[in-house]
Design a protein around this ligand. Structure first.
Ligand SMILES: NC(=O)c1ccc[n+]([C@@H]2O[C@H](COP(=O)([O-])OP(=O)(O)OC[C@H]3O[C@@H](n4cnc5c(N)ncnc54)[C@H](OP(=O)(O)O)[C@@H]3O)[C@@H](O)[C@H]2O)c1
Length: 290
């Protein structure tokens, strides 16, 4: 494993804080969970498989942390599973200082259990509902943060075709759907910042870099060289911006989009507050009766 570059001061610790991270069993989420545990966070990992998460739970235990990491079942492709995950978290009677909306798919085709385009449903809608259900907990635990892992791929989104979000994936590679879902992540964080203004919750979205993880597993082999053109980062390098937003980015930078641990201007669509508000309203409607 490459040496972790973060943080510069290795004595930096934030004990007594609780972080919930989605998709913490592999890739960027795995490194994020381990690094947060090293900094003193009690880590709760929400994901699809305890079996696949157990090595991370064991790794964290081996760090002699104050509190062991906890696993909660979560399938973001099912809104019922999202509700159950939030319920189980609340039943733990822990505070929540940090929610990392990290899990994601690319190149997956089809529909979620609730009939939404798969990539949009997992990457945006599941996280939208999870955050909504945990918002009171975040407010009560403030200062607290919501960090949402978006992507520079949002720049390729041609806009949001609302009807297409309720149909199966239509492109061969799923790359367009992925770009739209990552635009949605960014707009969600922007609108959330507005809606929690005046509370002690702050929100951040980010591009982690192009990182060598399993995210590309569903992308057809012939399309992968396109993705590799810019060179891959290691997962350790890819977790740095998430960790920066989780622990170091100033509270007053709420709603901003980060890359390389710096606030960065998103594409014009990613700054469109009308689109962000519309996405929020649709997401609310789509998740409220399911
Ligand atoms: N890698 C990159 O170059 C890159 C670039 C820009 C943005 N990102 C973003 O970074 C985030 C992390 O991705 P990664 O690169 O670390 O990919 P990864 O290694 O494939 O990890 C993705 C995580 O998401 C989880 N996940 C997938 N579908 C899920 C579902 N339905 N319910 C719950 N969890 C689910 C996976 O769990 P399972 O093991 O159960 O599948 C896994 O833990 C994603 O949001 C991605 O869009 C990545």
């Amino acid at each position: 494993m490459n040496q972790i570059l973060f943080p510069m001061n290795s004595n930096f610790r934030i004990p007594g804080q609780v972080a919930l991270i989605t998709g913490g069993n592999v890739g960027i989420g795995r490194i994020t969970a381990i690094e947060l545990a090293k900094k003193g966070f009690q880590v709760v990992i929400a994901g699809r498989s305890l079996e696949r998460t157990q090595p991370v739970l064991d790794h964290i235990k081996s760090l002699a942390v104050d509190e062991p990491a906890i696993f909660l079942p979560l399938d973001l492709a099912s809104l019922a599973s999202v509700r159950e995950c939030a319920r189980l978290f609340i039943e733990l009677h822990l505070p929540l200082h940090l929610l990392v909306n990290n899990a994601g798919v690319a190149g997956m085709r089809g529909l979620t259990k609730d009939g939404f385009e798969m990539t949009f449903g997992v990457n945006h809608l599941g996280h939208f509902l999870l955050t909504q259900l945990l918002l009171d907990k975040l407010k009560a635990s403030g200062p607290s943060r919501v960090v949402t892992v978006s992507s520079r791929a949002h720049k390729r989104a041609p806009g949001i075709d609302w009807d297409a979000l309720c149909r199966p994936t239509s492109t061969w590679t799923g790359i367009r759907e992925y770009s739209v879902s990552k635009l949605a992540n960014l707009l969600f964080s922007l609108e959330l910042a507005k809606r929690v203004q005046g509370t002690s919750v702050s929100t951040y979205s980010l591009h982690p870099g192009v990182v060598d993880t399993e995210i590309w597993r569903a992308v057809p082999h012939w399309a992968r060289p396109l993705l590799r053109l810019r060179g891959f980062l290691t997962p350790e390098e890819g977790a740095l911006t998430t960790l920066h937003c989780a622990m170091h980015a100033p509270q007053q930078e709420s709603g901003l989009y980060y890359a390389d641990s710096q606030p960065t201007l998103p594409a014009p669509l990613g700054q469109n507050s009308e689109l962000a508000a519309k996405l929020w309203e649709r997401s609310e409607k789509w998740t409220s009766n399911r």
